[in-house]
Design a protein around this ligand. Sequence first.
Ligand code: KIV
Length: 285
Amino acid sequence: MAHHKLSVIDFFEMKDQGRKVTWLTAYDFPTAQFAQAAGLDMLLVGDSLGMCVYGYHSTVPVTMEQCLLHCQAVRRGAPETFVVGDMPFMSYQASDEQAVLSAGRFLKEADMDAVKLEGGVRVVSRIRAITDTGINVIGHIGLTPQSSGQLGGHKAQGRTAETARLVVADALAVEEAGAVMLLVEAVPPEVTKYIAEKLTIPVYSIGAGLYCDGQLLIVSDLIGQFQAFTPKFVKQYCNVAEMITKAMSDYCDEVRAGEFPQDRHCYHMIQGEEEKFLELMSSEI
Ligand code: KIV
């Protein structure tokens, strides 16, 4: 499919026109190729790669170096897609200066179109500092996995009037600080609808309902690859875990039964060379 790389201006226009944005995580070259061929509007190289690719229990151990390597692979696979680099834990928490330097690496070393960081009111100065250097920032509020310890686990946020008010305050703060888009995670649709209508920047949902400007899912959930747990908001569109396990077990069965490889899987010697080879070998004995 021919692809036109979208810009921030396109995403604002899509919001105005009520056209939904499709957004998915990707961590590697082939998945990025599939996503671009499928016509995804945007990709996120999420720090969820810690759990989906490396098998960590959370996103906390993920490093800048890991994120950058995966961003580079995704960029190579999807050169015509808007790709967002996710800032890992402790790459921006220490100071505005640290945040700017880390964000800059995503552009200089991995050719990202934007960076995403978690938090609302409490990261306002970070968002402003990065934005002031000319880098597109995407805010991420609601359930913020890097601080899930403080939130009491991977729990939906804003389910009471008082906590919903705090989520809205975070959304307003992110826009005010200069972010170009906002991602809302695991928040009731009633609250996200209010935010999407209130904000001028595009507001996207992961587990935050239909009433916003687009949707994000984790690719490993969508294709049925991630096994540890499945959040309520996930829709699994296929089950590659089953497909891959079956393919591997069929392979084992065929090797053990002497059915693989067959003649068509072999590189035979060039015609006439086998006789010469056997002659050579017999003269060497
Ligand atoms: O790392 C990631 O994939 C994310 C999503 C959970 C939004 O931040």
